[in-house]
Design a protein around this ligand. Structure first.
Ligand code: PGA
Length: 264
């Protein structure tokens, strides 16, 4: 079993417009430079497409290594180029300095009708372009209440991950996103253990530990307890990533919660 780094990922969504986004990126980068977390805690900023180049040059200026602070996009089209009006290819985001891409977020599944099959194509295209996919999965509240969460997660894993998938999985229960509600410690442990048990069939190996993150209403208050769950390899953060200090507080909490395992 290989060890994996821990991740704190900021998903800005369609927020943090131009000047503010640059200031936010600078604030996070300066905070990490002044107070570096353990080397195996990786931070990734995922601004809107229009901010990728600007944020990249902000990060470049501070000069932290890519493992410490990297750039990601929030989506990509499943082809390298072509007559696809309004779409952005993984090669294009890579050229702007992004080494990660969030795929299959529930807001894209809901608002753009993205199916598991479409997400799988995107995973394939991103991987071929050398961009690491961060694939979101998670059940709706009704599915959870009807006791169908396990089968939903199983079919999302089967449908949206490629065979031999190499990337990151983010468990984001739809009911926890932007609601201020997070699953209990027990529920999170149970769901992540389930996801881990389901993954080897898609990975086609038992030997690779794909990082599995949690996302949904993470703040610096919940981060220490979420990160203390053994099966959790990190957090995907929405609203609380829109302010440099609150995001840095989550990174600090994650660093503290993971330090004993990271240094053992
Ligand atoms: P939230 O969003 O932290 O604002 O709940 C998380 C996400 O959607 O990735």
């Amino acid at each position: 079993m290989t060890t994996v780094p821990k991740f704190v990922i900021g998903n800005w969504k369609m927020q943090a417009r131009h000047e503010y986004g640059l200031e936010l990126a600078r604030g996070v980068a300066q905070g990490l430079r002044d107070n570096p977390p353990p080397s195996r805690l990786h931070t990734i900023l995922c601004p809107p497409f229009t901010q990728l180049a600007g944020v990249h040059s902000e990060l470049d200026e501070i000069g932290l290594p890519n493992e410490q602070l990297a750039l990601g996009a929030q989506d990509c089209y499943p082809a390298a180029s072509g007559p696809f009006t309004g779409d952005i290819s993984p090669q294009m985001i890579k050229a702007l300095g992004a080494s990660y891409v969030i795929l299959g977020h529930s807001e894209r599944r809901q608002n753009h009708g993205e199916t598991d099959a479409v997400i799988r194509q995107k995973v394939k295209a991103a991987t071929a372009a050398g961009v690491t996919p961060i694939v979101c999965i998670g059940e709706h509240l009704a599915e959870r209440n009807e006791g169908r969460a396990a089968s939903v997660l199983a079919s999302q894993i089967e449908g949206s991950l490629t065979r031999g998938f190499r990337g990151i999985v983010a468990y984001e229960p739809v009911w926890a996103i932007g609601s201020g509600i997070t699953p209990s410690h027990e529920e999170l442990q149970r769901k992540l253990t389930l996801i881990r048990a389901l993954l080897p069939m898609r990975l086609m190996t038992d030997d690779i530990r794909v990082p599995v993150l949690y996302g949904g209403s993470v703040t610096s208050v919940q981060a220490p307890s979420i990160m203390s769950i053994e099966a959790v390899d990190g957090v995907l953060v929405g609203s609380a990533s829109l302010e440099a200090q609150s995001f840095l507080d989550i990174i600090t909490a994650a660093a503290e919660a993971t330090t004993p395992q990271l240094t053992s």
